[in-house]
Design a protein around this ligand. Structure first.
Ligand SMILES: [Zn+2]
Ligand SMILES: [Zn+2]
Length: 277
């Protein structure tokens, strides 16, 4: 159906539901939403719409998975349909943020919150959602007896993460309904208290959230340390590591994320030149 409509994007399908992003001309994306809305299996599904200048993905990719999001708990895993934290609207979230005895947990990966996050949130240094349970175990004392607010990009990962926290015995667990994306679109809060941009898994990389005067850049160029939210991939193909690099430094270091990568690239270029001799 996506191909027929000329859409591009990434979609995961599992028994628990479907999650993904597609891009295409307005008429095509409207058809897409209408068709899924008419299908009994996907009725009532929530859509978030953003404008973009062109396609945000290079191709269409649909994958079947055991679960849409997984905490890697194997047979101990559970469905958000059984257990999940209380949903807060963006306005309720904004009010609750300032209360005493509240902790906010960013349920995303480190390379996501490095680009932007809620002011004052706990930022677990994880590279994968599956590492969160271990982080919770290590930080149990900090969380015990507090109201726990969890958030992620679109609210999908929190459906699971907040359920996990409840099952771990935490009593007051709340999640931001619709995630950062909905928070940024809500006209009443206008993204207030979100610092930096929201990382997204498509070619845009980052989208604006905070539309108040408090918006700022929280990340820094890895080379010069100046505020910078320009994510690029390392020019050394074996690394390809995503890092912040300002335009000035890029000219100097040719996009290599570190001196080691620059040297490795030189060595390999020299070896290639030798081989072709
Ligand atoms: Zn720089
Ligand atoms: Zn590198």
């Amino acid at each position: 159906m996506c191909e027929r409509l000329g859409l591009r994007g990434r979609i995961l399908i599992a028994a628990e539901g479907i999650n993904g992003t597609v891009s295409g001309p307005c008429a095509a994306t409207e058809d897409y939403m209408r068709i899924l809305g008419d299908d009994a299996r996907t009725q009532g599904m929530e859509f978030k719409v953003d404008e973009a200048e062109g396609h945000a993905f290079p191709r269409m990719n649909v994958r079947l998975r055991e679960e849409v999001v997984t905490l890697g708990l194997a047979e101990e895993d559970f469905s958000p349909a059984e257990l999940t934290g209380e949903h807060l609207s963006p306005v309720q979230w904004r009010e609750m943020m300032d209360q005493k005895d509240v902790v906010m947990i960013d349920a995303r990966n480190d390379y996501e919150w490095e680009l932007g996050h809620f002011e004052g949130a706990l930022l677990p240094p994880v590279q994968n959602f599956r590492e969160l349970p271990e982080w919770v175990e290590l930080h149990r004392d900090e969380l015990e007896g507090k109201k726990i607010l969890t958030y992620c990009t679109g609210g999908i990962r929190c459906e699971k993460f907040s359920g996990f926290l409840l099952r771990e015995g935490f009593k007051d667990v709340f999640q931001l309904d619709g995630g950062i994306v909905s928070y940024g679109k809500d006209p009443a809060v206008r993204g207030e208290k979100f610092a930096g941009k929201c990382y997204v898994f498509d070619e845009r990389i980052g989208v604006e959230v905070n539309r108040t005067e408090g918006a700022m850049v929280v990340s820094h160029c890895v080379h010069c340390g100046e505020p910078c939210d320009r994510y690029v991939n390392c020019g050394w193909s074996s690394c390809n590591g995503q890092h912040f690099c300002c335009e000035l430094c890029e000219q100097e270091v040719m996009r290599y994320c570190s001196r080691a990568c620059g040297e490795a690239a030189l060595v390999s270029l020299a070896a290639e030149a030798n081989e072709s001799d």
